[in-house]
Design a protein around this ligand. Structure first.
Ligand code: SAM
Length: 238
């Protein structure tokens, strides 16, 4: 299935949705195997870097099967933690796995969230941003729903792999990511994953969109030799 040719800015949303629906049953297993069990460590590190947040809910956008949402619930046990995703089978999986309280999995497009301005204390997005047809609008939407002082954390593969890591990463992609992903999922989706990791905007572009949207304290942490980037910002900070 090709999801690469949608628009000039990003992949076609309908194809992205059906691709994630097709890999839902094996999604968690493949995350653990293909990341060599690093994916949860990256999510935990991203959450660990968030300091005090104002009153309000925590919203995990592109929440998928709810891994990040579940970790956020542990980090903020007294908050409402809502997961939003536009792929119903992924949300169903999250519900079945008990990764959120009843009613906290909302089917919604990340570019048009059905949430009011300023309702969120923190907005999280892990490995969803590169799938958006327009990443800049995704950042603006996160900013819109955040309360003043609210934290935004975006965890993503960006095109910033360190030079020393590149040969290892190229070998990993060719010999492990694509063949194992294709074999276990029984789909061509992991070919898309590899392509999307190469065509995703660089961290500097996300940072620029965050500043443009009105985020302050914009900063970046690199994990795993730059394979994964954690971008942070705070609404209304200088
Ligand atoms: C790679 S998964 C990440 C899931 C989860 N955040 C995680 O860390 O495992 C990407 C998710 O983004 C969702 N997604 C992609 N584009 C979206 C959009 N425009 N609106 C809502 N969800 C979207 C997909 O349905 C998929 O569940």
């Amino acid at each position: 299935m090709s999801v690469g040719g949608g628009t000039a800015t990003g992949p076609d949303p309908a194809a992205v949705r059906s691709m994630f629906a097709s890999i839902t049953p094996r999604y968690d297993l493949l995350n653990r195997v293909l990341s060599l069990r690093q994916d949860q460590r990256w999510r935990r590190k991203a959450l660990g870097g968030i300091n005090a947040i104002p009153a309000g809910a925590v919203v995990d956008v592109c929440s998928g099967t709810g891994d990040f949402q579940a970790l956020a619930r542990r980090r903020w046990p007294d908050r409402l933690v809502v997961g939003t995703d536009f792929c119903e089978p992924m949300l169903r999986r999250a519900r079945e796995a008990g990764r959120g309280r009843r009613g906290t999995h909302v089917c919604a497009d990340a570019l048009r969230l059905p949430l009011r301005d300023g309702c969120a204390a923190a907005v999280l997005m892990a490995f969803g941003a590169r799938n958006l047809v327009d990443g800049r609008t995704g950042v603006l939407e996160a900013h819109r729903i955040l309360a003043p002082g609210g934290a935004f954390v975006l965890l993503e593969f960006t095109n910033d792999v360190s030079p020393w890591m590149r040969p290892f990463y190229a070998a990993y992609e060719r010999c492990f990511l694509v063949p194992v992903g294709s074999l276990v999922s029984g789909t061509g989706a992991y070919g898309y994953l590899a392509t999307s990791m190469r065509s995703v905007p660089r961290a500097a572009a996300w940072e620029a969109w965050m500043r443009e949207a009105g985020f302050g304290e914009v900063g970046t942490d690199r994990y795993c030799g730059g394979v994964v980037t954690c971008l942070r910002g705070r609404k209304g900070a200088p």
